[in-house]
Design a protein around this ligand. Sequence first.
Ligand code: SF4
Ligand code: SF4
Length: 82
Amino acid sequence: ALMITDECINCDVCEPECPNQAISMGAEFYVIDPKRCTECVGHFDEPQCVQVCPVSCIPIHPEHIETREQLMMKYERLQGRA
Ligand code: SF4
Ligand code: SF4
């Protein structure tokens, strides 16, 4: 899963781009729910939030390093297929 750092400027552009509704406004800036972020696996070739973020503040979450297989399983689960 990816995460949003405190460099986020709350520009709102990433939230509607997420195919998994993983992004929401947090206490101070936008946050990603690691349970819903598949790094866009299953939907797109590239993480859509990273593509649109103007300040490049969306790295991989160091506590949620996942393989492509694990991300695909999460995608299937979110789709209700597994
Ligand atoms: Fe959503 Fe994809 Fe960004 Fe994860 S990488 S938060 S699934 S847009
Ligand atoms: Fe924050 Fe980047 Fe999302 Fe804008 S696109 S709200 S700066 S994480």
